[in-house]
Design a binder for this molecule. Structure first.
Ligand code: N2P
Length: 357
């Protein structure tokens, strides 16, 4: 009898262990059974306190994962097999994901806070009527530079980055569209150019920049420039804003030949399991007070008019990060260049990276 009891206890313990292991496995794969919400966002792109507050308010448990490029994010979602209830692609990636049927329609009736978004950021060409995407942050691509380290340069032209005096002293954000776009813009071409000769010319021009490039980096770019490890960097505007809070020698400019204006929007991918929770999260992030706190934490520009009104004047009135529409109208949004051309841009960027080795 004692043996039988022992066996029974062992079986019970084993089942409990197995049950727990399965639960852990599911959780780590982003399984959205139960009341969980899996969010897939850019690195350093949310105030972590807000996630905790959302969990508290709704009883939903958030599983949070990050990516560092639209391309990496799209590949992961295309592969399927992982639950993502929310993602935050940029304009051209939204257009591509729509085309590839990777997005679910968003029910505006569930978003009472949508009214706070400035109409200037609604109905943009990549998603007319915002049927699949809701504004999160927006910004530009430009040059952050350290006034103490760059001599007379003010980077009103991209071409100033090629000055031999900046040998091994510049950093580039690790983005294919950003770096190729800069190469094309520096030659006076569009950052959506599909002409093969122009693209090859841009790559040759980028190769010539190699001696000045200290590193091509992700989110660490903020820390490196704030710590004066390099004199200048090609960055997204919000990262520049964050660095400038840390180091007052830094300034940010969008060169005159042109650059990119981008829009990152929240979407619900077809991999979603908690569609209700996804709407709750979007509406939560649209709340003016929440959006204002997120903006102060992250440094990027908010498309939420009511949130902007809550921010201190030194943020909302800074024209480097809230340029007037007349200025942003002169900048280009990345086009969805189509599968083949997007891969080609990636290849050329990779070749440029290899050239440095
Ligand atoms: C934040 C990344 C910003 C994304 N680390 C620009 N689209």
């Amino acid at each position: 009898m004692k043996q039988l009891v022992n066996l029974f206890v062992s079986v019970l313990v084993l089942s409990a262990v197995l049950l727990f292991a399965t639960y852990r496995l599911n959780a780590s794969e982003g399984y959205s059974g139960g009341n969980t919400l899996t969010i897939f966002n850019w690195g350093d792109y949310i105030d972590p306190d807000l996630i905790a507050e959302f969990e508290e308010q709704t009883g939903i448990t958030v599983i949070y994962q990050t990516f560092d490029s639209n391309e990496a994010m799209m590949t992961k979602i295309e592969q399927g097999g992982t639950t993502f209830d929310i993602s935050v692609p940029s304009d051209y990636a939204i257009s591509k994901m729509k085309e590839d049927r990777l997005l679910l329609p968003i029910d505006h009736a569930k978003l009472p806070n949508l009214k706070h978004i400035d109409p200037r950021f609604m109905n943009l060409s990549f998603d007319p009527d915002n049927a699949y995407s809701i504004p999160y942050f927006w910004g530009t691509v430009g040059v952050v530079y350290n006034r103490e380290l760059v001599g007379d340069h003010e980077f009103t032209s991209w071409n100033e980055l090629w000055d031999p005096a900046l040998h091994n002293d510049i950093l580039l954000v690790d983005g294919a569209r950003e770096v190729m776009g800069m190469g094309l813009n520096s030659l006076g071409y569009s950052l959506n150019d599909k002409n093969e000769e122009h693209l090859q010319e841009a790559k040759r021009k980028l190769n010539e920049l190699t001696p000045n490039v200290k590193a091509i980096v992700g989110d660490e770019i903020k820390m490196l420039l704030a710590n004066e490890e390099a004199a200048a960097g090609v960055v997204w505007s919000g990262d520049a804003a964050e660095m400038m809070w840390e180091n007052e020698n830094l300034d940010y400019v969008v060169p005159e030949e042109g650059s990119n204006v981008w829009f990152d929007n929240m979407v619900i991918p077809t991999t979603a399991k908690n569609i209700e929770g996804a709407h709750e999260f979007i509406n939560f992030m649209l709340d003016p007070e929440i959006a204002a706190r997120n903006t102060e934490y992250v440094g990027y520009s908010t498309p939420n008019a009511a949130a902007l009104a809550l921010l201190p004047e030194d943020i909302s009135g800074d024209e480097r990060f809230y340029p007037a529409p007349e200025l942003t109208d002169k900048l280009e949004v990345y086009d969805n260049l189509g599968k083949r051309m997007l891969s080609h841009y990636n290849e050329l960027f990779l070749e440029f990276k290899m050239h440095r080795k």
